[in-house]
Design a protein around this ligand. Structure first.
Ligand SMILES: [Zn+2]
Length: 208
């Protein structure tokens, strides 16, 4: 609970932390809430061969890794998926069978990853939104030479984006919630912990 508050930029009681993140980017783990998404899209924690958490993926991808013999299930879910010939227990945590070196900056620059990094929070007004209500803003506008980089792209709601237009934040009287940084393994860990709060089976790998 403590780390949850530390990580929150501006928690809003009506949304709750992880709400927008879990709803739009990473599916909600099956706790007690009604299942709104396919089992195949539920999140699976990926551990390195050394049991170090390195990523979150979807059940679909986790099953592919298991069938290829690249990973094995460490924790499973109650749900089963059925192929033509057999039932497979859905993994909740998988572990790679051989060690993979994870570069410090392993995330691709993409809209999805920028929204994840910024936790679906507009970096100007600080409010959380579903992914469909967020756009990407070039802090230094492209028309002024601003580039598409981790350091110059932020999640932004349409209202703030319109208000800012082709101006710098200073010119528009807007202030960045925090300086945009690349998505590092540290960022990934923070996100894994946020998601892991909801899934007991993840906790022992995330909180040590
Ligand atoms: Zn905004």
């Amino acid at each position: 609970m403590e780390s949850r508050h530390k990580l929150a930029l501006r928690p809003r009681p009506d949304i709750g932390f992880g709400g927008p993140l879990v709803a739009s980017a990473v599916p909600r783990p099956p706790v007690s809430a009604p299942r709104r998404i396919s089992v195949m899209q539920e999140p699976v924690l990926v551990l390195n061969a050394t049991f170090e958490p390195i990523n979150v993926t979807a059940v679909r991808r986790a099953l592919v890794l298991m069938l290829k013999g690249v990973a094995q299930a460490e924790e499973t879910n109650h749900a089963e998926v059925h192929s033509a010939s057999r039932a497979i227990v859905v993994p909740s945590v998988i572990r790679l069978l051989s060690y993979r070196h994870i570069p410090q900056q392993s995330r691709a620059l993409s809209r999805k990853n920028i929204l994840l990094r910024d936790r679906h929070t507009c970096q100007f007004c600080g409010s959380a939104f579903p992914a469909s209500e967020l756009t990407l803003d070039h802090v230094m506008p492209r028309s002024r030479g601003g580039r598409s980089t981790w350091e110059n792209l932020v999640a932004c709601c349409y209202t703030c984006n319109n208000e800012k237009g082709d101006r710098t934040p200073e010119e528009a009287g807007l202030k960045l919630q925090r300086r945009p940084r690349p998505f590092t393994l540290h960022t990934s860990r923070q996100l894994m912990r946020l998601i892991g709060h909801r899934d007991e089976k993840w906790r022992k790998y995330l909180f040590y």
